[in-house]
Design a protein around this ligand. Structure first.
Ligand code: HAM
Length: 421
C-alpha cells in the first residue's frame, strides 16, 4: 500500500498493453512451431497440493525449502501456488492415464509460476514460462529433438544464446559421486562461503551452482561428474551429443551444470544469454525418469524444458519488437454526433471485412483526433463531416505520405484491398 492506495507487490508487475505485442509474437511463434513437432497444449491448475511439489521437486532444493507460496485453504488443506509445471504435467499424465496411449506423449504449457525469490534483474516472484515435456520416451534422440525445437524458436527471433549441456548421472552412479564431492569439499571446507559450507552436508551438488567469487577456484578443482558416470549414463550422454552433432547444433559441456531441482537424471541443459546479466538462464531442462514413481505413478520416462518468457521478452531485439507492434488500418475522424453514428456503421463494415478500425472515443476537434490517429500509428484516417455525410464520399488520408483521396465506402474497401496486395 502506498498512501493507502494498493499497488503491485514486490516481484510482481503489470504487463501493460504496449508490451503485449512482443509477448503475443513469441507465444504465437512457439505455438506454431511446437505444433509442427507434435506437441499439444495442456493447462493444469495454478495451485496444487503442496505435497506434489515437495515430493516432486525435492525437499532439499531452494524452491521447496524457501521459495514456495504455501497457505492453508478454508478446508485446512495445504495448497501451493505452482513454482514450476513439470510436476503438475506428470501428475496430469498419470491422473488421466495418458500413458495408455503408448509411445511418446508431447505436451506444452504457457502460464504463470510463483517463487518467493530475492528481487534481482530478470527475477520476479510471478513470472511466465513456456515449457514442453515429452513423456514415455527414454531415447536420447528425443532430447536433441526438443533442444533443436527450442533453438529453432529462439534463433529466428534474433536472440543471442548458447546451449550448455551436462549429464547428472542416475541413481546408480550419482550417490558415489556425491559422496566423493562431499569429501573433496570437506578437505577445504573453511575456504568456502557460508552457504556452501552448509550445503556440503545437506546437498553437495548445490555447491557446484555457487556464484560467490571466492568459491570459483575451489569449485574448478572439484571432481567432475562426467568422469564418474556409470557405463549406461556415459553411453546415453555420448549418444545424445552425437544427435546434436548430426544436427549441427553447437553446445558446450559444462560438468558444473546441476540445475536447481532434484528430479533430474542423466541429461541436463540450459540455454543462456549474455544479454541477461547475472540471471542469464533463458531456459533450462533435462531428463526426469523416475519423477512419476516419486509421485506414486507407474515408471515413466520424461524429458523437457521451461523457458522464462519475461526474460525472453527482455532480450528480444528492437527490430522484432517493431515488427510486432500493432498498427490499426484505419482511424475514423468524426466531426459531430451524426458523423459519429455514421462512423460506427462504417467501422462495423470495415471490421467485418477484416480491418482494424478505431473510433475517436474521447477526442473532439479534428486536430485532437488527428493527433490521436498519429499516436496510434493508424495507417489511414477517414474524415467524416457534414459534407461526407451528405454525399457518402469520404476523405481518406494515407498517413505515410499524407496523400489524400475521396472515396465511397465500396471504393474504400477496394482501395484497402489494393494496398494490402
Ligand atoms: P527452472 O530452471 O527452474 O526449470 O526454470 C526455467 C526458466 O524459468 C529459467 O531458465 C528462467 O528463464 C525462468 N525463471 C525461473 N525463475 C524465474 C524467476 N524468478 N523470474 C523470472 N524467470 C524465472 C524449471 O522450472 C523446470 N520445470 C524446467 C523443466 C521442464 N525441466 C524439465 N522439464
Amino acid at each position: 500500500m502506498e498512501n493507502d492506495r494498493p499497488t503491485t507487490l514486490p516481484g510482481t508487475r503489470d504487463i501493460l498493453p504496449d508490451e503485449m505485442p512482443r509477448w503475443h509474437l513469441v507465444e504465437a511463434r512457439a505455438r506454431e512451431l511446437f505444433d509442427r513437432y507434435g506437441f499439444e497444449e495442456i493447462r493444469t491448475p495454478i495451485f496444487e497440493a503442496t505435497e506434489l511439489f515437495a515430493r516432486g521437486i525435492g525437499g532439499d532444493t531452494d524452491i521447496v525449502g524457501k521459495e514456495m507460496y504455501t497457505f492453508t485453504d478454508q478446508s485446512g488443506k495445504s495448497i501451493t501456488l505452482r513454482p514450476e509445471a513439470t510436476a503438475s504435467v506428470v501428475r496430469a499424465y498419470v491422473e488421466h492415464h495418458m500413458y495408455r496411449a503408448g509411445g511418446a506423449t508431447k505436451l506444452y504449457y504457457i502460464g504463470p509460476m510463483f517463487r518467493h525469490e530475492k528481487k534481482q534483474k530478470g527475477r520476479w516472484r510471478q513470472f511466465f514460462q513456456i515449457g514442453a515435456e515429452v513423456l514415455g520416451s527414454d531415447h536420447p534422440a528425443i532430447e536433441a529433438e526438443v533442444i533443436e525445437m527450442l533453438l529453432d524458436w529462439l534463433r529466428p527471433l534474433g536472440v543471442e544464446c548458447r546451449l550448455l549441456v551436462n549429464s547428472v548421472g542416475d541413481g546408480r552412479c550419482r550417490p558415489a559421486y556425491v559422496e566423493l564431492l562431499r569429501q573433496a569439499i570437506k578437505a577445504d571446507l573453511t575456504q568456502y562461503c557460508e552457504d556452501c559450507r552448509r550445503r556440503s552436508d545437506t546437498n553437495p551438488l548445490r555447491v557446484l551452482d555457487c556464484k560467490v567469487e571466492s568459491c570459483q577456484p575451489l569449485i574448478d578443482r572439484l571432481p567432475r561428474i562426467t568422469d564418474y558416470l556409470c557405463a549406461e549414463c556415459a553411453a546415453h550422454f555420448r549418444e545424445f551429443r552425437s544427435y546434436l552433432d548430426e544436427g549441427r547444433i553447437p553446445y558446450e559441456v559444462v560438468p558444473r551444470l546441476v540445475r536447481g531441482l532434484d528430479y533430474y537424471v542423466r541429461t541436463a541443459f540450459e540455454i543462456v544469454s549474455g544479454e541477461l546479466g547475472s540471471q542469464n538462464a533463458l531456459a533450462g531442462g533435462g531428463r526426469y525418469d523416475g519423477l512419476s514413481e516419486v509421485l506414486g505413478g507407474p515408471p515413466v520416462a520424461g524429458f523437457g524444458f521451461a523457458l522464462g518468457l519475461d526474460r525472453l521478452v527482455m532480450v528480444l531485439p528492437a527490430e522484432v519488437e517493431a515488427a510486432a507492434t500493432r498498427r490499426p488500418d484505419l482511424f475514423l475522424a468524426c466531426l459531430g454526433d451524426a458523423a459519429f453514428h455514421r462512423g460506427m456503421t462504417i467501422a462495423r463494415e470495415l471490421r467485418r471485412a477484416g480491418y482494424t478500425v478505431l473510433l475517436p472515443f474521447g477526442a473532439t476537434s479534428l486536430r485532437s483526433q488527428m493527433r490521436l490517429a498519429n499516436r496510434l500509428l493508424a495507417g489511414h484516417v477517414v474524415i467524416i463531416g457534414d459534407m461526407e455525410l451528405a454525399t457518402a464520399r469520404y476523405q481518406v488520408k494515407r498517413m505515410e505520405d499524407s496523400s489524400q483521396r475521396e472515396l465511397s465506402l465500396p471504393e474504400l474497401l477496394d482501395y484497402l484491398k489494393g494496398q494490402a496486395a
